[in-house]
Design a protein around this ligand. Structure first.
Ligand code: AHG
Ligand code: MN
Ligand code: MN
Length: 305
């Protein structure tokens, strides 16, 4: 008899996630199935609006944000949320157990080229988000919409990978994803910063000489999933030029990934401190990020400081 692989719902029960957290993750997963569908059926193109960071929103940014916001609202489990596409913290229900941070569509600048894109989500207990640190997350996940749609989550007991099957069910693909030392690939964002940052330039030149393979798509979900999927690698985005403090946002991009990567045995740093220990002061806070194989992250931090 074939051994059946657990669905996301069954897996969440087996790993002992509290019922409320299980329901919330399943609700987010359900929302992501609608995003998966929207990506396949919506014409790419600009929505004619801008988000709070001045980025032109593509239609799919707006659609994806609306889908997740609606599911969080309907779950009755969410006290407040922060989304890349909202201007402020959105408050839903004072008495609900969780707050959620999310980037509904990461990589939206490459969505029209049919590159892979993703959704990033972090979950905190309680209502307040400002003043917390990403280490306080009780769970995090991302969904990668590629030739296959994958969901990767952790609630603090390792990192688990699922595939969306033809029936619309997320089925376990790998029970545990781990990140070891000895990266075979490197992924570098905001290379323009190497013009003003000699240490960054030296670092990139070192990788170019070292025999590591370059892997960079312009979507951090894809690029960091590459590290998690291969079990090694390094991803960096260092500030400079148009983004003096780094391009990527602490709350809904770097924080959830730092949680997932550390759960997989890797490391995520600003260069000076673990991403997980950076206090959330504002919803649009940006940070440098160096993430992936632990020893390489440590080496990079040493070189950049
Ligand atoms: P978003 O589409 O949510 O605005 O985020 C895109 C981010 C991230 O996914 C990626 O690593 C980075 O922007 C790419 O930046 P460059 O296009 O400057 O390389
Ligand atoms: Mn993003
Ligand atoms: Mn986005």
């Amino acid at each position: 008899m074939p051994v059946s692989r657990p669905s996301l719902s069954v897996h969440l029960q087996e790993t002992g996630a509290p019922d409320t957290l299980r329901h919330l993750i399943l609700e987010v997963a359900r929302a992501c199935k609608y995003i998966h569908y929207a990506l396949r059926t919506t014409e790419a193109g600009l929505a004619g609006t801008f988000n709070q960071y001045g980025d032109a929103q593509v239609k799919l940014d707006v659609i994806s944000n609306d889908i997740i916001a609606r599911h969080l609202h309907e779950s009755r489990l969410v006290a407040s949320f922060i989304s890349e596409e909202e201007q402020s913290v959105i408050e839903l229900r004072d008495d609900a157990p969780y707050s959620v941070v999310f980037d509904p569509l990461d990589g939206s600048s490459v969505v029209d080229t049919n590159f892979t894109v993703g959704t990033i989500v972090g979950i905190y207990a309680g209502k307040e988000l400002i003043g917390r640190t990403p280490r306080e997350q009780v769970g995090a996940l991302y969904v990668l919409y590629g030739p296959r749609t994958l969901l990767v989550y952790s609630t603090g007991n390792g990192v688990h990978e699922f595939i969306l099957d033809e029936m619309g069910e997320f089925i376990l693909l790998h029970g545990f994803l781990g990140i070891g030392d000895n990266p075979k690939s490197y992924s570098v964002g905001n290379l323009v910063a190497t013009k003003e940052n000699a240490a960054y330039r030296t670092l990139v030149e070192g990788w170019m000489q070292s025999g590591l393979t370059l892997r960079y798509t312009g979507c951090m979900v894809t690029d960091i999933h590459h590290v998690l999927s291969k079990g090694n690698g390094i991803f960096v985005n260092i500030g400079g030029g148009k983004y003096p403090h780094g391009k990527l946002r602490l709350v809904f991009e770097c924080g959830p990934f730092a949680y997932l990567v550390e759960q997989a045995g890797g490391m995520a740093s600003t260069g000076k401190a673990p991403i997980l220990d950076v206090k959330i002061e504002s919803i649009d806070q940006r940070t440098n990020i160096i993430v992936g194989s632990m020893k390489e992250v440590e080496r990079v931090c040493g070189l950049l400081n």
